[in-house]
Design a protein. Structure first.
Length: 279
């Protein structure tokens, strides 16, 4: 008799576009883990109930994506320090005592992709993050640990950006503004943490924030350039990057939380880009 594979998945709304099952399937093969990984489309209204059902039914772990990262904080019984700092959760893991641990691997994934895969420097640089949702919450502390010159959060609703910035004031020069009030001058790194690219929209931030050496990074990804990447290139950006690497790196960190081993990411990233190009 064969053992039943452990159950994992990703919960979001929508979630059909997710590459996570492909990624974790390769991770499982690389590390010899017996597990299956599925997509779970949960609406915000049913999120909590469906997550509880998943774990009561034998599930071992869930990734959490838009729009549930903040709601997942309330589902977890305890939080890792980085999830508590972010007040956003992208990884839920069932513990031996039946409690749910909430973690956030987004920041670790972003920093590893920017700094290790692309050799982007954050220290003493001007950073602009577009969006003030759960995705931004997860990456501010890891970015501030690298001691940027300043980090500006720009959001359509200025008050939301200011409130979020206030939660991280103790880490250094973090501030929040509305799109129209982004400080003048070019930024060294601009990160799009909104879901606008998924619907073909570009946040209404002022022209002039992109210079010759600005790195523009979209947390979203697609087989073609996202709307944000297209906009960045039109503004003269020569270093426009999609979030494929962050997707893989944060997934590897989640895998480590669940299975106790961190799989290599290079082969998965190569396979992911090759497959995406064929779709």
């Amino acid at each position: 008799m064969t053992d039943t594979p452990d159950q994992y998945g990703v919960a979001g709304h929508p979630v059909a576009h997710s590459w996570s099952p492909f990624i974790h399937g390769i991770f499982a093969k690389e590390t010899g883990q017996s597990m299956v990984y599925r997509l779970y489309d949960f609406t915000p209204e049913e999120f909590r109930e469906r997550v509880v059902e998943f774990f009561q039914g034998g599930g071992r772990g869930l990734n959490v994506t838009l729009p549930h990262k903040v709601a997942a904080v309330e589902v977890a019984n305890e939080l890792t320090p980085r999830a508590a700092r972010a007040q956003a959760v992208n990884t839920l893991a069932l513990q031996g005592d039946g409690r749910l641990l909430g973690d956030n691997t987004d920041g670790a994934g972003l920093v590893r992709d920017l700094c290790d895969n692309f050799n982007v420097v954050i220290t003493r640089r001007r950073i602009l993050i577009i969006g003030a949702g759960g995705a931004t919450r997860g990456v501010i502390a890891p970015l501030m640990a690298l001691e940027p010159l300043e980090l500006i959060i720009a959001n359509r609703t200025a008050e939301k950006a200011r409130t979020l910035a206030g939660d991280f004031q103790d880490l250094g020069p973090v501030s929040g503004v509305g799109f129209a009030y982004v400080p003048g001058g070019t930024f060294d790194v601009i990160i799009n943490a909104t879901s606008a690219s998924l619907s073909g929209e570009v946040p209404d931030i002022p022209v002039g924030v992109i210079g010759e050496d600005t790195v523009c990074y979209d947390m979203a990804y697609g087989k073609a350039d996202t709307a944000f990447i297209q906009w960045a290139v039109q503004q003269g950006c020569s270093h426009a990057l999609q979030g494929w690497g962050m997707l893989v790196e944060q997934a590897a960190e989640s895998f480590r939380v669940w299975r106790g081993v961190r799989p290599p990411t290079g082969p998965v990233l190569a396979a992911l880009k090759e497959r995406a190009a064929r779709v």
